[in-house]
Design a binder for this molecule. Structure first.
Ligand code: SF4
Length: 312
C-alpha cells in the first residue's frame, strides 16, 4: 500500500504524458537482502503483477528488469571509479538504515555504493527527470553530482537528471514506523481481505490510549495518519477526531470504520491480479520484450560512454 500511494499512483499519472521507464530493481533488492534470495524470482513476478494490476501499462511505458541489462553493471563500475567515498558516506538513507536494520549485516560495499548503481540506472536512459519522494531527493542530488563529475572529466555525455518531487502521503506501517518491506510492517496489495482486516485491527495506535477512557491524539496515531487520512470521508475523520480526543470511542471501533473502505479500494486490484496470476507466462514474456527494448537504449549509451572514457 505504501508503494501504491507513494509511487504507483504517481506513475499512473506520469505514463499518460511522458516516455516512462519503470524497472524491477532486482540488484538493488540484494543490497539489504543478499543473504536470502530464495524468494527473489517469485517477488519479481509478484511485483510486476502488482504494477499491472493497478494499471501500469507496458504499451505506454517500458517495464524492464535491471539484471536483464548488464550495461547497468558496466556503467556502475565506471561511475564507481570517479565517485568519492565521502559522497556515499554522507547519504542520509545509508545512515538511517544502518541504525534501523540492526538485524542485518549491511556493512557491505554494495550497500554503501547503491546510490552509484541507482545513478547508472537513471543516466543510462538519459532520464530527464526522476519521480521521487522527499527521502530519495538526496540520491538524485548525488546522481547530479556524479554526472557533473563525469562530464567534467570526460566531456559532456549525460544530462543532469531533474528531481521530480512527488508529494506522497505519509504511510506508516503496522508498527508505527515508516511503511517499508524492510521493516516487515506493511499491508500488501496481495493480502487477502482477512489479512488486511487483521493487520489494521492490530495496528499500533496513539500509545496514550491504554484504556477507552484515555483521550488520544489522531495526529500522532498511525491508523489515523495512514488509513483514515487516505480512505475516510470528512465526516468520518471529524467523528474520529472528536471521539479520540474526548475518549468517547475505542480504537477497535475507530479501526472498524476504515477497514471496509480499505478493502473496497483494494478489491479491483485483487480481481485484476487474479487474472494476471493465471497467465504468469504472458507477464514474463512482456517483461522480456520490454527489457529487450530498454537494452537497445542502454547499449547505445554505453557505446558513447566507452568512447568518452577512452575505452573504445
Ligand atoms: Fe488512533 Fe482511532 Fe485509537 Fe484515536 S481512536 S488512537 S485515531 S485508532
Amino acid at each position: 500500500m505504501g508503494h501504491y500511494h507513494g509511487v504507483l499512483e504517481n506513475w499512473l499519472r506520469l505514463q499518460e504524458d511522458n516516455e516512462c521507464y519503470f524497472f524491477v530493481a532486482d540488484w538493488h533488492a540484494l543490497t539489504t537482502n543478499y543473504a536470502d534470495t530464495k524468494g527473489l524470482q517469485e517477488n519479481i513476478v509478484e511485483m510486476v503483477i502488482d504494477w499491472l494490476s493497478v494499471g501500469i501499462d507496458p504499451v505506454k511505458s517500458v517495464i524492464f528488469q535491471q539484471s536483464g541489462i548488464k550495461e547497468h553493471a558496466e556503467l556502475f563500475v565506471l561511475l564507481s571509479m570517479i565517485t568519492p567515498l565521502g559522497w556515499l558516506e554522507r547519504n542520509p538513507t545509508y545512515k538511517e538504515q544502518m541504525v534501523e536494520l540492526k538485524d542485518k549485516d549491511i556493512h557491505t560495499h554494495g550497500f554503501l555504493g547503491y546510490p552509484v548503481l541507482q545513478t547508472a540506472d537513471i543516466i543510462i536512459y538519459e532520464a530527464g527527470a526522476v519521480p521521487v519522494g522527499i527521502d530519495q531527493a538526496p540520491h538524485i542530488e548525488l546522481s547530479r553530482e556524479i554526472v557533473r563529475r563525469f562530464n567534467f572529466l570526460y566531456g559532456d555525455t549525460f544530462p543532469e537528471p531533474e528531481t521530480l518531487m512527488t508529494a506522497s502521503p505519509k504511510m506508516l506501517g503496522t508498527d508505527g514506523r515508516k511503511m517499508s518491506k524492510s521493516y516487515d510492517n506493511s499491508v500488501y496489495l496481495t493480502d487477502a481481505p482477512e489479512v488486511v482486516d487483521k493487520k489494521i485491527r492490530t495496528m499500533m495506535t496513539d500509545t496514550a490510549r491504554q484504556r477507552k477512557t484515555d483521550p488520544g491524539n489522531p495526529d500522532i496515531c498511525p491508523v489515523f495518519i495512514t488509513m483514515h487520512t487516505l480512505y475516510s470521508d470528512g465526516d468520518t475523520k471529524a467523528w474520529v477526531r472528536e471521539g479520540c480526543t474526548k475518549a468517547t470511542i475505542g480504537c477497535i471501533e475507530c479501526k472498524k470504520r476504515v477497514i471496509p473502505k480499505v478493502l473496497e479500494r483494494l478489491e479491483p486490484f485483487g480481481k485484476r491480479r487474479m487474472e494476471l496470476e493465471k497467465d504468469q507466462g504472458a507477464v514474463l514474456q512482456m517483461l522480456k520484450e520490454n527489457t529487450d527494448k530498454a537494452r537497445v537504449v542502454a547499449q547505445a549509451t554505453m557505446e558513447r560512454v566507452r568512447r568518452a572514457m577512452g575505452l573504445a
